[in-house]
Design a protein around this ligand. Structure first.
Ligand SMILES: Nc1ncnc2c1ncn2[C@@H]1O[C@H](COP(=O)(O)OP(=O)(O)O)[C@@H](O)[C@H]1O
Ligand SMILES: [Mg+2]
Length: 153
């Protein structure tokens, strides 16, 4: 468990993620993407949740194989509208007023990045406790072979 109470804790969470990801043999791009996921969730715990903690663990799913589970917990106000919050440039109420962007400290793209870089995302809010879980498999279910450029005429 990693406590998230100050900026420096975000670095600790990133370092822990990196160690775990390298341990399961994640390629550099995956490590980078998951570092972004951890950073964004940790910033949100700090900024919107007033502090909390994170749990990072490797998983081995019977069907989907090896992956990483990243869970963020806090006890701040709930996310009012998750669908809105997931959209780039939106907060949990709707579009972010561009005139507030400079002082609000965030572009409203964090959760969108978390969703893009992971394969499953869930949010549970109960009794003032929030839990946001993101899972990424090394073998991404949506991955498709890239088009072979050599075949182009
Ligand atoms: N831990 C959290 N607690 C409460 N609200 C949150 C939390 N994380 C995200 N949100 C809500 O979701 C919105 C979108 O989050 P995000 O995409 O990271 O953008 P940003 O942090 O720049 O506002 C936030 O503006 C906030 O309204
Ligand atoms: Mg954010």
């Amino acid at each position: 468990m990693i406590r998230i109470c100050a900026d420096v804790d975000i670095l600790a969470a990133r370092n822990a993620l990196r160690a775990l990801a390298l341990d399961i043999g994640a390629p550099p791009r995956t490590v980078l993407e998951l570092s972004i996921v951890v950073s964004e969730l940790a910033w949100n715990v700090l900024k919107h949740g007033g502090g909390g903690h994170m749990v990072l663990e490797s998983i081995d799913d019977l069907e989907r194989g090896i992956g990483l589970r990243i869970v963020a917990f806090d006890e701040g106000p709930p996310i009012r509208d998750l669908v809105s919050a997931l959209r780039d440039g939106f907060d949990d109420c709707g579009p972010i007023d561009p005139s507030t962007l400079l002082r609000r400290g965030g572009l409203g793209g964090g959760l969108g990045a978390v969703a893009r870089f992971t394969d499953a995302l869930s949010y549970v809010q109960h009794d003032g406790h929030k839990r946001i879980e993101a899972v990424r498999y090394l073998r991404r279910p949506s991955s498709r072979p890239r088009p072979d450029a050599r075949k182009a005429s």
